[in-house]
Design a protein around this ligand. Structure first.
Ligand code: NAD
Ligand code: IPM
Ligand code: MN
Length: 355
């Protein structure tokens, strides 16, 4: 039977709460099914580590992660450290450098939960594909004349043909694998006349290899309107690192809550191990209250199991999570009264029934 070694990086804020929740249910699943083994190694990277050592990570973080089959990440960011220090110290120091270029963010309305859109009474089921290695996140730019009146700052969005083409192909394949075979390519090629125009050109050329996929283009501002006004016209969406960062939070809220949205940071070439994490952040406002919704991290862990080859186990886990939601065992963000551990215990009980 297969055995997996996972780097667990709980990080900051509610990260440790939701990662511990997910480890409990995945360990219960592995024990109950008996079809695979999984071991989580605790990696204490995050703001506490930074305050002790001056660094968010220990040693060569990329080599450490390369010694695992995958990583399960919580969140990073603390109220008393500037966000650009914490994020570039940990998460953004991994995604780009490890070439985890495909960030896959499905959103779905869970049974027993409400979709706030009157235009989507049946709920939402979308697949967002986020370019995860370049754009505004390439780390290019700088500041000159700091503090002076003529200070200037640049944040350079870097786009490469190779980078766009690989995510575009990934997105077309993703759309092709879904029943509706519909893809919307989001850009901003009216005002952004270089990188965004290259995106449009690459989309049109890659589309020729996927005649069975119906695709269209949308400017990102208009896309926000379409997501609210015509949600049923959407299935798979692909866009830049920054555009999809924003659209994925919106999509999660439209589906029900940011607390259920998962993400997979994939290296589709499988040269490097992929990283799985909820879409949400450290959530300072609810840290320590024990009410963080663990579903986004459950779903991220299920996506990790699929990526590792444990498709059946992942489907069973998601079935358990759906039954718990349908039974109304929900955290406050979904309108429920349960706490995190209440949801964990209920999912573990469902998992036990799989025996
Ligand atoms: P956030 O996602 O942490 O929180 C936004 C809102 O959503 C808050 O009201 C929060 O309580 C709620 N929320 C988030 N996750 C929830 C959950 N699981 N259950 C219930 N409610 C939930 O976004 P923010 O406030 O902009 O960021 C806080 C910090 O996290 C910042 O430092 C930011 O940089 C960082 N951040 C990190 C990541 C990451 O590590 N992947 C992602 C986003 C933000
Ligand atoms: C996300 C987050 C990160 C991003 C931040 C925290 C750097 O918002 O994963 O959605 O912008 O990618
Ligand atoms: Mn985000």
């Amino acid at each position: 039977k297969s055995s997996y070694r996972i780097a667990s990086i709980p990080g900051d804020g509610i990260g440790p709460e939701v990662v511990s929740a997910a480890i409990q249910v995945v360990e219960k699943l592995a024990k109950t099914l008996g079809t695979f083994d999984i071991n989580f190694d605790h990696i204490p990277w995050g703001t506490a580590h930074y305050k002790q050592t001056g660094s968010y990570v220990t040693g060569n973080a990329l080599d450490t992660l390369r010694s695992y089959d995958a990583s399960l990440f919580g969140a990073v960011g603390a109220p008393d450290v500037p966000d650009h220090i914490s994020l570039w110290g940990l998460l953004l120091a991994i995604r780009g450098p490890l070439q985890l270029y495909a960030n896959v963010r499905p959103v779905r309305t869970f049974p027993g939960t409400k979709c706030p859109l009157t235009t989507a009474t049946e709920g939402i089921d979308w697949m967002l594909v986020r370019e995860n290695s370049e754009g505004e996140y390439a780390g290019q730019g700088g500041r000159s004349h700091v503090g002076q009146q003529w200070e200037a700052a640049t944040e350079v969005a870097l786009f490469t043909r190779v980078g766009i083409e690989r995510i575009m192909r990934f997105a077309f394949e993703m759309a092709q694998s879904r029943p509706r075979k519909l893809l919307t390519v989001v850009t901003k090629s009216n005002s952004m006349r270089n990188g965004m125009v290259l995106w449009d050109e690459v989309a049109a050329s890659v589309a020729k290899d996927f005649p069975d996929v119906t695709w269209d283009k949308m400017l990102v501002d208009a896309m926000t309107v379409r997501m609210v006004a015509k949600p049923q016209s959407i299935d798979t969406i692909v866009g830049t690192n920054l555009h999809m960062d924003i659209l994925s939070d919106l999509a999660a809220a439209l589906a029900g809550s940011i607390g259920v949205a998962p993400s997979s940071n994939l290296d589709p070439t499988r040269k490097n191990p992929s990283l799985f994490e909820p879409v949400h952040g450290s959530a300072f406002d609810i840290t320590g209250k024990g009410i963080a919704n663990p579903v986004a991290t459950f779903w991220s862990a299920a996506e990790m199991l699929i990526w590792l080859g444990e498709k059946d186990a992942a489907a069973k886990l998601m079935g358990c999570v759906e039954r718990v939601c349908a039974a109304g065992i929900l955290t406050p963000d979904l309108g429920g009264t349960s706490d995190t551990q209440g949801v964990v215990d209920a999912v573990c009980l469902e998992v036990e029934k799989l025996a």
